[in-house]
Design a binder for this molecule. Structure first.
Ligand code: COA
Length: 331
């Protein structure tokens, strides 16, 4: 309680790769991809672009939005300006960091953003990574009494996709999303009912081989196995979270899940008996951007005011590992 969402931002590569273009490389069709996944197109980074190029832009937008009373969900009174040097913590969730081993991509962000007082590190829990990073950030903010944190998902999956494998390459895209968190207590605000409350984290390591980067560094996936796991675990995570806080479906404004595949989202929603109109679908133009898709979606929904102050959002994600995660946010 007391760690609130101030703002969000996103950044995407310019290049769009449509299903029709993909069908010129592999044996597939726009019709097959749309009907099996809900994806029409995805963004692809250039050869010389790195995860941090987009992560920096997403964080800059989050900072800018926090300082724009129109786009600041925090709505403190008087409005609190956040400067780069006020940021105490930067966490980047990524499976495709700038460098193969050292240093963390978050260190590049710290330099580029001028967040001279921030501790910075990366975290990899695959597509569940953003929610894992949110839980870690909330914990550290409470423990250290940090005022502000930037939590970012940044993924260039096009670099690790096997472009010959039609069963997986159609799914993924590149992008970055970021959020700015505020610790109400640390900034001297009255602690409200807003913010992140319950988190769920989980892993089933027996599923390592269902989705992994092979010896060649390219994604190998058992699509059916991942599909079945995803539907079950997302439905369970959403239901467990609602039970934990004694919420009914009517108490929730949106269910925001990892944007892997429209069919998975709809099937999980049906299994958990959730109304379709509350399940956010935001993958048609981006594909699966792994841990970037939840903050990217938050950014778009806050921008056009579909997410406003006073809402309750329940999150769930799953990914390689196999990992899963969930959270509840009151805006
Ligand atoms: N275009 C055309 N046909 C394709 C295809 C493509 N891109 N990919 C697979 N197919 C074919 C298969 O070869 C198979 O043909 P066959 O019956 O002649 O053997 C047929 O379509 C059905 O394949 P299947 O794998 O059973 O399809 P599916 O309905 O399970 O859909 C996925 C495949 C990948 C879309 C689906 O399994 C899925 O979404 N899984 C979860 C993946 C995921 O989300 N991963 C990321 C997790 S973070």
């Amino acid at each position: 309680m007391g760690i609130i969402l101030r703002s969000a931002g996103k950044a995407l590569p310019e290049k769009i790769l449509t299903n029709d273009e993909l069908a010129t490389i592999i044996d597939t069709s726009d019709e097959w991809i749309k009907s099996h996944t809900g994806i029409s197109e995805r963004r692809i980074a250039k050869d010389d672009e790195r995860a941090s190029d987009f992560a920096v832009k997403a964080c800059e937008e989050a900072l800018k939005n926090a300082n724009n009373p129109e786009k600041d969900l925090g709505k403190s009174s008087p409005h609190k300006v956040v400067r780069p040097e006020d940021i105490d913590l930067i966490i980047v969730s990524t499976a495709t960091p700038d460098f193969p081993c050292l240093p963390a991509t978050a260190c590049v962000l710290q330099r580029e953003l001028g967040c001279t007082n921030a501790a910075a590190f990366d975290l990899n829990a695959a597509c569940s990574g953003f929610l894992y990073a949110m839980d870690v950030a909330c914990g550290l903010m409470e423990r250290h009494n940090y005022k502000y944190a930037l939590v970012c998902g940044a993924e260039l999956l096009s670099k690790i996709v096997d472009w010959q494998d039609r069963g997986s390459c159609i799914l993924f895209g590149d992008g970055s999303g970021a959020v700015l968190l505020e610790n109400e207590q640390a900034v001297g605000e009255k602690i409200t009912e807003r913010g992140f409350t319950s988190f769920i984290l989980g892993t089933d390591g027996t599923g390592v081989s269902a989705l992994y980067g092979g010896e060649d560094g390219k994604i190998k996936m058992d699509g059916r196995a991942v599909y079945n796991f995803a539907v079950g675990i997302m439905a369970k995570t959403l239901m467990d979270l609602m039970e934990k806080e004694n919420l009914s479906v009517d108490d929730v404004d949106y269910f925001l899940c990892h944007q892997a595949n429209e069919r998975i989202l709809k099937a999980a929603g049906k299994r958990a008996k959730l109304p379709e109109e509350k399940i956010i679908l935001n993958l048609a133009n981006y594909g699966n951007t792994s841990s970037a898709c939840i903050p990217m979606t938050l950014s778009s929904y806050i921008k056009d005011k579909r997410i406003k102050p006073g809402m309750t959002i329940v999150f769930a994600a799953f990914g390689a590992g196999l990992t899963w995660a969930g959270a509840i946010l009151r805006t």
